[in-house]
Design a protein around this ligand. Sequence first.
Ligand code: ATP
Ligand code: MG
Length: 585
Amino acid sequence: MSGAGKTATRSGGHGRRIVALFRPHRARLGSVLGLILVSAGLGMVSPFLLREVLDVAIPEKDRALLAWLVGGMIAISIATGVLGVAQTWLSNLVGQRVMHDLRTQVYRHLQRLSLAFFTRTRTGEIQSRIANDIGGVQTVVTSTATSIVSNVTTVVASVVAMFLLDWRLALFSLGLTPFFVLLARRVGDQRKRITTVKQGAMADISSLVQESLSVSGILLGKTMGRGAELADRFEGESARLADLEVRSRMAGRWMMASIQTSFAVMPALVYLFAGLSPSAVSIGTVVAFTTLQTRLFWPLQGLLNVGVDIQTSTALFDRVFEYLDLPVEIHPGTQELHDVRGEVEFDDVWFSYGDEPTLRAIDLVVPAGTRTALVGETGSGKTTLGYLAARLYDPDRGAIRLDGARLQDLTLGSVADAVGVVSQETYLFHASVRENLRFAKPEATDLDIEEAARAAQIHETIAALPDGYDTIVGERGFRFSGGEKQRIAIARTILRNPPVLVLDEATSALDVQTERAVGAALERLAEGRTTIVIAHRLSTVRDADQIVVLDRGEIVERGTHDELLALGGRYAALVARDEGSAILA
Ligand SMILES: Nc1ncnc2c1ncn2[C@@H]1O[C@H](COP(=O)(O)OP(=O)(O)OP(=O)(O)O)[C@@H](O)[C@H]1O
Ligand SMILES: [Mg+2]
């Protein structure tokens, strides 16, 4: 998929890709086609019936023939109506399935992308591509595919019928068509350009809403007194979108108007042409001809619009395919790991987010069942190191091994089962406490969940809530205090029961009592596991089996608390500073 993506920036390449989306629905599309052909064929018959009525049945007062002809015209109308319903149903079905496939494909693909993509992309932008862009394609796809076929058949059938009736009149009245086609192409180009900008504007709006109307955004807006400015910014974005929308709708309005006028004028010209024509044209032919001509208007206009729509929708497809073509950076391995002991080894690991390495030449062994504490200045790369252990990123150089197996060789499931992360930032879904906990382990019983909550020292708090475990945590868990949220996150990880644990401590914001509760919960969680603690409070690392000091991405010291104190280096300095601030506080 990504191989083809490189050449597919031109719409020609995308054309094939768009067609490929319809391939699984061939059978249904075939039936739609059949229905359309049948109704177009039927539609071609009635003008001939009309001619017979006017030229034969009425002048010759042939009642029987008249009844048959009129009966035939009625039957054709009814049949066309019924076939139309069936066709609409089938084509909507196909269109919706295609969109469903596309949406699902994009979502699945995004799920496989690495954390890096999400750290650089606005959530609102992603939402907008899934909702607005695929949604925009949806209307085009549902109507376009069938619109093309049905209109082409109607146009072809009508044109054939027109030539059969009188080829000179036909040539005369179709003379303007190439001009319309040219016009439609220009409108399409214009609309495509506007659409690209418009979808960008929609993404901007949805990002702005998503960022500023979230709990954190509102909190920031209110405390910084910027609510009014944010509303102004929204107003600006919204005005821009409204303007683009008007421009996109107006592009093509002139085309429609000119086609409409020409079609309105056409019958009059046909009468003139027929009247002046040296060879006699029957009244029946002229009426049948102008009937066909008026019938040509909608399909022809439909086709020209479809042309415009297709050009427009390539702008949308470009945006959707751009996401589908994003390379998956974390490729799953195939090796399954069972009965994990939990030895973690960093072997000459280098990693960078951008140009500058964030981690350099990390050599570190965390023996199974022991506890290693990572300390260091803020920004020294502690969280990054933890993320690498959970394979949220792959190292640029070197290898990370779990029980001797390279993380890259393991299945993603094995890594996720083996390494648990309690991150600095707690995230809860907008769902009940129970559902949030069960997310870690879908098969957990209510009893398991309660036990995990007890171990995390949060059971009492949850049980005391009016709805207990069924309390909705609210957007991102803002319903709960920082310490409560953290303990829920810890309970979640206890449920998962991973042999290796990365604890990114964020206890600095907690009061002494809560810190103690969280600390106790963490103790319970760490029992018997390989633990990598990222500690901000040095008081919590004293009894670690190994303390590693990171400085600007490099390990500068390692040893036990006592060894490092005796060394009198960086760690000793950090401890002295920490104690100093503890005394001050
Ligand atoms: N997604 C990212 N993209 C680019 N740079 C990043 C990203 N995440 C972190 N960094 C940078 O990498 C460096 C290490 O970040 P990291 O989060 O690992 O620090 P840390 O040691 O955990 O700090 P703290 O103690 O404040 O939590 C920092 O300079 C940070 O700016
Ligand atoms: Mg950190």
